[in-house]
Design a protein around this ligand. Structure first.
Ligand SMILES: *[C@@H]1O[C@H](CO)[C@@H](O)[C@H](O)[C@H]1NC(C)=O
Ligand SMILES: CC(=O)N[C@H]1CO[C@H](CO)[C@@H](O)[C@@H]1O
Length: 288
């Protein structure tokens, strides 16, 4: 298996999204690949249909179960979603502008859901249940109609500087029902289409992983910042179990596409470069 390169769409190009989207589709069609690692990008796979998503898992680690139903039958492509990361700025740093473009693009593509790859709230996650950042960075920013859909989020390193249990708990979902965040989980999305007989039996799976605890620097004695590692009692065990889970669920999955999503990049030309811990531990699992 190989990893598909995902394409970052710069803010100024978002207006041309229809074209970019087609390019992404072509990349996917051109290579017969199955695994995709997503970083901070807008990625899509096809368009929609009457679909059912069941988010499931049962393993030892936070994998959960739930279901979504698409309300509108959509021709041609079975699944569309947007992916965004590093966003929670209470509207500043062009967040509102990007949100507006996401709304347009989401409407054009008739997205099924939004993925957030972490660093949801800058600079240091959320302080507590009454932190207004949740409302000011999420509910009041992503107001476009197309974005009033399920959001699937994972944590980034900045989120770990705040109350991580709050972000992955139910309290935020009660405040805004779009919100779902956890450390690691899977979504199984059935691709159904009236024009494709039998198509409905095929599905895509998204595997969300918790990359932050892998990064050694965050645990070093010289680290100045305080990470909220509550819930991760034994780091080595936590990492080992997560890798084993990923390996075995990827291997046994019958999905026609398997997409692994986490905060830290495996390969990157960006300022942070490759994440060595990801290259060492996660990449070998994807390459099998
Ligand atoms: C993944 O699982 C396969 C078979 O179950 C095993 O051979 C392989 O070593 C595992 N890979 C990792 C990285 O754990
Ligand atoms: C057009 C616009 O508002 N650009 C802003 C994007 O964010 C940077 C950093 O906050 C600002 O300097 C720009 O003015």
């Amino acid at each position: 298996m190989e990893i598909v390169e995902t394409k970052v769409i710069p803010d100024e190009e978002v207006g041309l999204l229809q074209r970019n989207v087609e390019e992404v589709v072509e990349i996917h069609a051109w290579r017969s690949l199955r695994y995709v690692a997503i970083t901070v990008v807008a990625v899509l796979i096809g368009t929609i249909f009457g679909c059912a998503v069941s988010l499931y898992l049962s393993g030892a680690y936070d994998f959960e179960t739930f279901a979504l139903e698409a309300t509108v039958a959509r021709p041609k492509h079975p699944l569309n979603f947007l992916a965004v990361g590093d966003w929670g700025r209470e509207g500043t740093f062009n967040q509102t502008m990007v949100a507006k473009q996401m709304g347009r693009v989401g409407r054009q593509l008739r997205i099924n859901f939004v993925v957030s790859v972490g660093d949801n709230f800058y600079q240091a996650g959320l302080k507590g249940p009454h932190d207004t950042k949740f409302k000011n960075s999420f509910s009041k920013v992503y107001t476009a109609r197309s974005l009033q859909t399920q959001w699937f989020a994972v944590l980034g390193n900045h989120d770990y500087l705040g109350d991580t249990l709050l972000q992955i708990g139910d309290i935020l979902t009660q405040k805004d029902s779009r919100w779902f965040c956890d450390r690691s989980y899977q979504i199984k999305y059935f691709l159904c289409g009236t024009s494709h007989i039998g198509y409905c039996s095929k599905f895509v799976e998204l595997f969300f992983i918790d990359t932050t605890p892998f990064v050694n620097d965050y645990w070093s004695a010289a680290q100045q910042r305080t990470f909220d590692w509550r819930g991760i009692d034994l780091r080595e065990e936590y990492l080992h179990e997560q890798l084993q889970n990923l390996n075995s669920t990827l291997e046994s999955s019958k999905a026609i596409w398997k997409i692994v999503i986490g905060h830290h990049t495996i390969r990157s030309l960006g300022r942070h470069g490759d994440t060595q811990e990801m290259v060492k531990h996660v990449l070998p699992i994807l390459e099998v």
